[in-house]
Ligand binder design. Structure first.
Ligand code: BG6
Length: 484
């Protein structure tokens, strides 16, 4: 595989919350990897900004540790680490006061690309946006990057959008959903719109149903207070699974350009039907003899927040009327697996008779781990004894097909940050998309509150509550196995 690094323009990137967890785990190691890949031009610099008093040397120590811990084997090369650290500096800044802003301004240079990463609590977005303007740091071409959670419901998302809009135009705002930066998520678009094979069959006439699974083995330990206010719906479904659903269900955009793609995604969200209560399964992982349960993890013995959610959805448009979409996500499940499974309908007539059994084409797109695709095709079982049919997978694991470089593909955050510098918003959520997603989510959550819905306990290391299996069984279908 030929690896191609497209250089970006010189930039000043300021990370507010530069000493925070996201900066440590994802943003700084990601920038380092881009530096090693040769994508950071010599003039580019990274400025950490946070409340703590610290000098450049102290911050560089922090960044070095972050790289060693999270940047993988590339961090073994000390010369590269030192080279990257030369580009890094720090400013102690008060988001709610005036301290530090002048010092930051003196670091910003002429007409380079200026990007400001708001890796802070949303409550600070307004303060930072305002001070960037007040202190002459932001112009019409500056970019800001904001993280999820983008609100907790429609009203709060609207308020956040309005706050940002007071200071920045929509074309300057990059709302990150890191799922959109995953290699295979973009591959969804390549598979759908780069091949003639699939698109003619990609509709209710040929597709029986679609499954989207994002299963995790981790629990919520360490993030309990945030998670217990969010649950799987706000933490995963409203954003990550919704984005996957949009990409799998949208109409072909005329061009791979930001608004062309985002217009089509928005139409999918707006066409979602309200979800019937009996098409929703909520669960909470139970304690075991040697492991605490959800309620202990979040230190809330009466919590009714879900750590598992399965839903059956319908999209009311010509392409998808009548085809159910089943979504599920959960913590402490059997395997860490994210995949999208398109189950096609049976052939209209079997010339091989009833004994040949029922066979279906299934396209499974694995987002993680072992990114790849399999397509189950029906063939004759080898050997004598008549026409017995069997389904075999055409298996394309990308690392096998494309070589080891596929495994080292750019991580989501690296790609997305470089897209910010390039000024490409295709893989970022537009304000109206986020609001539409909340508009669909809000009544579902309100229904749980109104019904005092209690999530079903489920066993750790399994596949979620029994009811999630029933959601499929009732329709004569079943979830694809969660493989470890
Ligand atoms: C985050 C959620 O957005 O995505 C986490 O807040 C979740 O709860 C994580 O664990 C999953 O991301 P990934 O990339 O590990 O699949």
């Amino acid at each position: 595989m030929v690896s191609r690094v497209i250089p970006v323009d010189p930039f000043d990137l300021v990370i507010f919350g530069g000493t925070g967890d996201l900066a440590r785990r994802k943003i700084l190691p990601g920038l380092f990897r881009r530096f090693v890949a040769g994508q950071m031009p010599p003039e580019a610099q990274v400025v950490g900004a946070a409340r703590s008093e610290m000098d450049d040397a102290g911050y560089r120590d922090f960044v070095r540790e972050a790289i060693v811990e999270f940047a993988g084997p590339l961090s073994d090369d000390g010369t590269q680490v030192d080279g990257f650290l030369e580009r890094v500096s720090y400013v102690a800044i008060d988001a709610k006061g005036e301290a530090g802003w002048d010092a930051l301004r003196t670091k910003m240079r002429g007409d380079l690309v200026h990007a400001f990463y708001f890796s802070v609590a949303p409550a600070l977005f307004g303060d930072i946006a305002e001070r960037l303007h007040l202190h002459g740091l932001a112009g019409d071409e500056s970019r800001i990057v904001v993280e999820k959670p983008f609100g907790k419901d429609l009203d709060s998302a609207k308020a956040l959008n309005a706050t940002l809009a007071e200071h920045f135009h929509e074309h300057q705002i990059y709302r990150i959903d890191h799922y959109l930066g995953k290699e295979t998520v973009q591959n969804l678009m390549a598979v759908r719109f780069g091949n003639v094979l699939f698109e003619p069959l990609w509709n209710a006439q040929y597709v029986d149903h679609i499954q989207i699974t994002v299963a995790e083995t981790v629990g919520v330990g360490g993030r309990g207070s945030y998670y217990d206010q969010s649950g799987a719906m706000r933490d995963m479904v409203q954003n990550h699974l919704m984005q996957l659903l949009c990409l799998i269900a949208m109409e072909p955009p005329a061009k791979f350009e930001p608004d062309a793609v985002r217009d089509e995604k928005l139409k999918v969200i707006r066409a979602l039907e309200p979800v019937e209560p009996h098409h929703i399964v909520r669960g909470q992982y139970d304690k075991t003899v040697d492991s605490v349960g959800y309620r202990e993890d979040v230190e809330n013995p009466r919590s009714f927040t879900e750590s598992f959610l399965a839903l059956k959805l319908h999209i009311s448009n010509w392409r998808w009327a009548g085809t159910p979409f089943y979504l599920r996500t959960g913590k402490k499940l059997r395997a860490r697996t994210s995949e999208i499974v398109v189950v096609f309908k049976d052939a209209p007539h079997s010339i091989f008779g009833a004994d040949a059994g029922r066979h279906r084409n299934v396209l499974a797109i694995r987002l993680q781990p072992n990114e790849g695709m399999t397509l189950d095709v029906t063939i004759k079982e080898p050997g004598p004894g008549g026409m017995r049919l069997v389904d075999v997978p055409l298996d394309m694991t990308f690392a096998d097909a494309l070589g080891p470089e596929a495994e080292q593909a750019t991580e989501a955050y690296e790609r997305l940050i470089m897209d910010v510098i390039r000024g490409n918003q295709t893989l970022f959520m537009r304000g109206d998309e986020v609001e539409a997603a909340w508009a669909w989510t809000d009544p579902i959550i309100a229904g749980w509150t109104a019904r005092s819905d209690v999530p079903k306990p489920y066993e750790q290391g399994g596949t979620g509550p029994e009811d999630s299996l029933m959601l499929m069984h009732r329709d004569g279908r079943r979830w694809r196995e969660l493989k470890t």
